[in-house]
Design a protein around this ligand. Sequence first.
Ligand SMILES: Cc1cc2nc3c(=O)[nH]c(=O)nc-3n(C[C@H](O)[C@H](O)[C@H](O)COP(=O)(O)O)c2cc1C
Length: 235
Amino acid sequence: MIPPALSSSPHAPATPAEAGALEALVRRRRATPKFLPEPVPAEDIDHALRVAAEAPSGYNFQPWRYLVLRSPERRAKLRQAAFDQEKITEAPLVIVATAHREAWRQAADEILRTQAQRTGRDPADTQKIEKAKASAFAFIDQLPREVWLTRQVMIGFTYLMLAFESLGWDTAPMEGFDAAAVRDALGLPPDTEVVALLAVGRGAEPAKRHPGRLPIERIAYDENDGAPWRPVSES
Ligand SMILES: Cc1cc2nc3c(=O)[nH]c(=O)nc-3n(C[C@H](O)[C@H](O)[C@H](O)COP(=O)(O)O)c2cc1C
């Protein structure tokens, strides 16, 4: 079940405890290099997928698809397509975040109608739905498809990673793979974008040290590009 806070009014201010819990989770997470074989219960996978499904996406089109791999044989095949990264067979669970280059269009009607119904508009107003769809498709079609898909999928992927972390699991995100080889190894349709892999399990070693981050005055600008953001509080 998604905790009620996730589906309650978005206008309710977050409590300091909620803000603190998110920050603690984010600060605690490390990319885990080695995993124990302890399996991840299916209920926890359900939970993380439900949280990931809550991610926002352009036009709410939700083009992400998650391939859940628990079978050692399937993960062994994936490892061969991912530069032989050990974590893929060590961790009991790997999720392959993908998107189909065209199939996301098929859910557009359903999504736009549901949205109309839930926001008090007429879901049977086909003309309006068609107009909204045409305008959305026109915007999306003028972007390189992999740019648009990656933009969406990485948000869902991040929600997924943090959801597992919130349940006490360790994770390792991966971009080190050959997408064509992954499609081949797992029998994915040729129009599948393979966006990222997430290994999930119990870390085998004491938590890795924090590798450091650039300070916010280096990564954020105040109004003008290059004008550093000046922090008003201690980090
Ligand atoms: C999108 C993405 C792809 C990554 N790909 C790999 C990978 O293929 N192999 C790997 O060992 N680590 C990979 N990492 C882990 C990063 O190296 C790691 O997140 C980074 O060094 C910061 O360390 P931290 O996550 O522990 O803070 C990836 C991380 C991200 C976010």
